[in-house]
Design a protein around this ligand. Structure first.
Ligand code: NAX
Length: 326
């Protein structure tokens, strides 16, 4: 039998946490043969609620759940962690400026980066879910110099899954029949969901859809604005779908994608001309524990424009918190 791995989750008693933890513990993230120890971090005010969530986790009697740590101590949460899902963040409150939101979160993610650096396993795999996810990933990495930047990812998978779902609905194809789709850039409304290389049952998606206007005027904005549409309908932000995307991202990273594409927010290494040291959504393939950005794609003018817009936003976010990176 496999030894248990340690999975740290921050913001564990929030709404994403409430969907996420049960699926990690049931083996959906790392495999049905991989026991886990959950190390759950919350703010002091939420520890009581976290206790309730932990009681429920125990009440599921998951065979793979070999232990739960509940704590408000960031060092304890990341101790020996093999995986870390950074979900907890400061939400935007009424009247708060975007710059203030960036700074408040920069504080959280710099502290957590330091704690990961001193306490986690050196090959820990970190997924940033808390927004602004890409810039939070950059900050975390900055303060965790012992961890390879390639091991700190921002979550683009929810956008990716939203895109696949829209394409399936439009064309009547099954989700699994849609390949080579990707979301580039920031996890924000400037992201670029790209169907240029996408295949549906092996056929060029653009010719199957046969309506470029729908792609530009309907598909792209629907995916970009999906978060707001969920809030408008549900009165709360996406939670179960966000948790599902986090499970998918970690699953594919840990176990590989068998050559298929997915979208990871990873440090730019300058590919496709993207500024280095922003965390950018790219099409990737993953093999057990590692990934590669898909290379050699020929970007059309439309794509270049879209990439420039989302890159500019990320550079602006980086500038807004630059003073905190010293
Ligand atoms: P909730 O407000 O329900 O839960 C957040 C939890 O984090 C709370 O329980 C809070 O006590 C805790 N927390 C806050 N600061 C903390 C800290 N410093 N250390 C430990 N715990 C802390 O939010 P939820 O709906 O779960 O969303 C969490 C984050 O995910 C938000 O930042 C949200 O914007 C982001 N999202 C990111 C998505 C993505 O695709 N990357 C999509 C969904 C979601 O909007």
């Amino acid at each position: 039998a496999k030894q248990p791995v340690r999975v740290a989750v921050t913001g564990a008693s929030g709404q994403i946490g409430y969907s996420l933890l049960f699926r990690i513990a049931s083996g959906e993230m790392l495999g049905k043969d991989q026991p886990v120890i959950l190390q759950l971090l919350e703010l002091p005010a939420a520890l009581n609620s976290l206790k309730g969530v932990s009681m429920e986790l125990n009440d599921c009697a998951f065979p793979l759940l070999h232990g739960i740590v509940q704590t408000d101590d960031v060092n304890k949460a990341f101790e020996g962690a093999d995986y870390a899902l950074l979900v907890g963040a400061k939400p935007r409150s009424k009247g708060m400026e975007r710059g203030d939101l960036l700074k408040a979160n920069a504080q959280i993610f710099s502290a957590q980066g330091k704690a990961i650096n001193s306490n986690a396993n050196k090959d820990v795999k970190v997924l940033i879910v808390g927004n602004p996810a890409n810039t939070n990933a950059m900050i975390t990495s900055h303060f965790a110099p012992k961890i390879s930047p390639r091991n700190i990812h921002a979550m683009m998978r929810l956008d990716h899954n939203r895109g696949i779902s829209q394409l399936a609905e439009r064309t009547g194809a099954k989700v699994d029949d849609i390949t080579n789709f990707a979301v580039w850039g920031n996890h924000s409304a400037t992201q670029y969901p790209d169907v240029t290389f996408t295949k549906i049952n092996g056929k060029d998606a653009k010719s199957v859809i046969n309506d470029d206007k729908w792609i530009v005027e309907n598909f792209i904005p629907t995916v970009q604005q999906r978060g707001a549409a969920i809030i408008a309908a549900r009165g709360l932000s996406s939670a179960a779908s966000a948790a599902g995307a986090a499970i998918d991202h970690m699953h594919d990273w840990a176990l590989g994608t068998n050559g298929s594409w997915t979208s990871f927010g990873v440090p730019s290494e300058g590919k496709y001309g993207i500024d280095k040291n922003v965390w950018f959504g790219f099409p990737v393939t993953a093999t057990k524990g590692d990934y590669s950005v898909v290379e050699g794609l020929k970007l059309d003018e439309f794509a270049k424009e879209r990439l420039a817009i989302t890159e500019k936003e990320l550079k602006g976010e980086r500038e807004a918190i630059a003073a905190l990176l010293d």
